[in-house]
Design a protein around this ligand. Structure first.
Ligand code: SF4
Length: 413
């Protein structure tokens, strides 16, 4: 729907009716361009170090660019105490400056809700610190570790699970120690899978990344290396030929990007994903389910379809962790289940991500699925399909173990 018509609805008190309208988009259009920075030389715009140097990091820089609401002003004033504000010019361009509810805007411009801390919220909501044998390394699952190699990001997501340490606004005093982490991995032969995260590992210089990946590749028991990065989404200019050469040299390196809304899938991101894919990097996407941003089946469907077209497999939808000051962004679990129910069977299987909750306090990721099994008895498993129709598959008694028996009661959902 065109913006003028939308505004007419809002101005005539029909905003809430508008919210029930399905999300629509021109599927063949990919946003691109320099927008607000159209006079910046292309060579600067395409230089990731220019994007970093010109990030919007203060209320003073933000105010001339956008009319802030009172809620956002308060949020910006508080940001330096919780999680710093930083927005790359590239990502800022994706904001609809006429719309206070713009899904891009809500992800990066702080709001007063960040100040409100409820009882169930935590500084370390998924219990990473308790599973850290050495600073910057989390060893929760038997065969894999999370290696936090930096505390900085290109831009800061207002719902970040690691707000306690990224940007160092909370004086957490985290100093990533490569050597300590590498030594731990070298001396733990059970670790076959290393996930580099942070902060954002792609913020490291090419030389540092080359060194780190080279050291990991020298460890015989490390079979699988992954990078979790939002940089392709915040700053696709970082995906240079040299970076791709490094990733190719140490490959296979798998990468999870982090896009939450179809508006983030621009021509620039598509081209960056193509460069990564051609360098042999398998790509997945992790989204966080966020209230008023992507807790809508049409929005999610548009996102996952765009991801597939960018060579990215939708991997996870995370229920937003119970990070302090995130209640205004957390969507309901029922909404998450409804989205999966309306995707599974209704679109390409490859496009359907796994919905997970990272168990509060440190239980790890747990898949949350709509209920398809209705009953398991001594004779059959009973289940419903994506249309709600009921079916049964016969079982022989030896096929039923104790775990199955917990389904013997009829399940209502
Ligand atoms: S990019 Fe990742 S680590 Fe950085 S602020 Fe966003 S969610 Fe947190």
């Amino acid at each position: 729907m065109c913006r003028k018509i939308e505004l007419w609805f809002v101005n005539n008190g029909l905003g809430s009716w508008l919210k029930t309208m399905p999300y629509t988009e021109d599927r063949n259009k990919w946003y691109e361009g320099q927008g607000n920075w159209k006079d910046t030389p292309k060579s600067d715009w395409e230089d990731w170090t220019w994007q970093l140097r010109n990030r919007i990091t203060s209320l003073e820089q933000l105010e001339p660019l956008i009319d802030l609401t009172g809620d956002e002003m308060t949020g910006c004033q508080h940001a330096s105490k919780k999680l710093a504000m930083a927005i790359t010019p590239y990502f800022f361009n994706l904001i609809d400056r006429d719309d206070p509810e713009c899904p891009i805007r809500k992800q990066v411009i702080p709001r007063s809700g960040e100040i409100v801390v409820s009882g169930e919220e935590m500084l370390d909501p998924v219990g990473e610190d308790a599973h850290s044998p050495v600073a910057g390394l989390v060893h929760r699952y038997p065969d894999r570790v999370l290696f936090l190699v930096t505390d900085r990001c290109a831009a800061y997501c207002r719902y970040c699970t690691r707000s306690r340490l990224v940007s160092n606004a909370q004086d957490y005093n985290f100093h990533p120690e490569f050597e300590q982490g590498l030594r731990y991995i070298e001396t733990h032969p059970e670790v076959r899978d290393v996930l580099l995260s942070g902060g954002d590992p792609l913020l490291l210089s090419d030389n540092k990344l080359d060194y780190l990946l080279g050291r990991l590749r020298q460890i015989p028991h490390v079979e699988f290396i992954r990078i979790g990065s939002r940089i392709p989404v915040f700053m696709p200019q970082r995906i240079t030929d040299n970076l791709c050469d490094i990733l190719r040299k140490h490959g296979p390196i798998w990468m999870s990007i982090h896009a939450n809304h179809p508006k983030e899938c621009t021509a620039e991101l598509k081209a960056a994903c193509e460069r990564l894919a051609f360098a042999g990097v398998p790509l997945g996407n992790q989204s966080v389910l966020l209230s008023g941003i992507n807790d809508d089946v049409d929005v999610m469907k548009a996102l996952i379809h765009r991801l597939l077209r960018m060579r990215v497999r939708p991997y996870y939808i995370y229920q937003c962790d119970l990070i302090t000051g995130s209640a205004h962004l957390r969507a309901s679990v029922c909404k998450g289940l409804e989205i999966i129910k309306k995707l599974r069977g209704h679109t390409t299987g490859y496009a359907v991500p796994q919905y997970v909750i990272d168990a509060p306090g440190g239980g790890g990721k747990v898949p949350i699925n709509p209920q398809y099994i209705t009953k398991i008895d001594d004779e059959a498993i009973h289940f419903r399909n994506f249309e709600g129709k009921l079916f049964r598959y016969p079982l022989k008694s030896f096929m039923i173990d104790d775990e199955c028996r917990c389904h013997e009661q009829e399940i209502e959902c």
